[in-house]
Design a protein around this ligand. Structure first.
Ligand code: NAD
Length: 339
């Protein structure tokens, strides 16, 4: 059993914890918080030992009925690998602790590539992660881009990608973030950081991205255009997506043309937290004109990186060498049958 600690039990951390707990070859040895919160009560209910970044908060937790097992270092010492899901840039500050304690750690997309020196995506570079001490699972948007670009690159070769990211303003629980009534160019400069981030995983791809933030919490929407190196076919693109374990088709017959309807669909599918771990690619949007491919894809920001973290654990621990085997194990344990 691989012993996994979750440092930062928030939006991503709590999902990775449940995903890890569902795997036959892994177990959660603890999760950490900075202070008492609703999520700390959920951790306790799930049976995950709770650790604190700062033990000064121990009595305020215990007064509320939360059992505290120790501080973050106590947790890390018991772990084979740490998922660092603390807010962006906190992971970089935690790295010296992981180095000192000689433990493996996986950082998230809010950290710079340089923090780990290696950025991960199951489809693209699983084998390069084998045995590493540090890796960074790229952000939700980059993960979604990498999956579709890699699949098309394998089939046709990709000469150039242009993508516009319409990003959610905040996660549903983040009541203090916005915008409430604006389309914010974020950044106003072009390219946005997403294209360069794709290059940390797929360095040979030519890509330009543009991004804006809109007042929604559900998902991101990507409008993607790719120049293929060879003549493409719509039927073949659809077939590749249908066969992919982490990409799914939002079918014409469902009538779904929005993130809200897609989220409702994920809820009705009975997905844990209504999470959509796969890229939701709108079947009707897939258009091929000679060597040009166009499509829309929805990316559930809270979910798509979760399954990638689970695969990164197996790769770095070296317990499963074949990416397809790990992806299958992860998906089956979580009940992920792509749309
Ligand atoms: P979050 O704020 O929801 O959760 C972070 C958690 O870390 C909180 O529970 C907080 O209490 C805890 N924390 C803060 N400082 C800590 C410390 N020093 N030690 C231990 N715990 C600490 O953040 P999130 O949205 O889950 O983001 C985590 C990482 O995942 C970031 O790098 C982010 O960029 C990345 N990411 C987020 C999303 C998303 O949509 N939320 C998607 C992909 C990647």
């Amino acid at each position: 059993m691989i012993k996994v600690a979750i440092n930062g039990y928030g939006t991503i951390g709590k999902r990775v914890a449940d995903a890890v707990a569902a795997q036959k070859d892994m177990k959660i040895i603890g999760v950490s918080k900075t202070r008492p919160s609703a999520e700390a009560f959920i951790a306790q209910q799930r049976g995950y030992p709770l650790y604190l970044a700062d033990l000064a908060k121990k009595s305020s937790c215990e007064n509320l009925g939360l059992k505290v097992s120790g501080n973050v270092e106590d947790m890390i010492k018991q772990a084979d690998i740490v998922i660092d899901a603390t807010p962006g840039d906190v992971g970089a500050k935690n790295k010296p602790v992981y180095e000192r304690l000689g433990v493996k750690a996986i950082f998230q997309g809010g950290e710079e590539h340089e923090v780990a020196g290696f950025s991960f995506n199951s489809d693209c570079n699983y084998k390069d992660a084998i045995g590493r001490q540090f890796a960074r699972v790229v952000s939700c948007n980059t993960t979604g881009l990498c999956r579709i670009i890699q699949a098309m690159d394998k089939e046709y070769g990709v000469a150039k990608v242009r993508a516009v990211m319409v990003r959610r303003g905040s996660d549903p629980g983040e009541v203090k973030k916005g915008p409430i009534d604006a389309v914010v160019l974020n950044p106003v400069t072009i390219p946005s950081h997403h294209g360069p981030d794709v290059l940390t995983v797929l360095p040979h791809i030519q890509i330009v991205t543009m991004a804006m933030i809109v007042p929604t919490t559900m998902m991101h929407m990507h409008a993607i255009q790719m120049d293929l190196a060879k003549q493409g076919s719509r039927e073949r693109v659809i077939e590749i997506i249908e066969r992919h374990p982490r990409m799914g088709l939002v079918r014409k017959g469902t009538g779904i043309t929005s993130t809200a309807e897609l989220k409702e669909y994920a809820m009705d599918l009975g997905r844990c937290r209504a999470d959509l771990w796969e890229n939701g690619i709108f079947e009707e949007s897939i258009s091929v004109a000679g060597k040009e491919l166009y499509l829309f894809q929805a990316i559930h920001q809270e979910a798509d990186v979760v399954v990638e973290n689970v695969d990164a654990i197996r790769a770095m621990m070296g317990t499963v060498k074949d990416p397809a085997v790990s992806v299958r194990m992860t998906n089956e344990a979580m009940g992920l049958k792509a749309l």
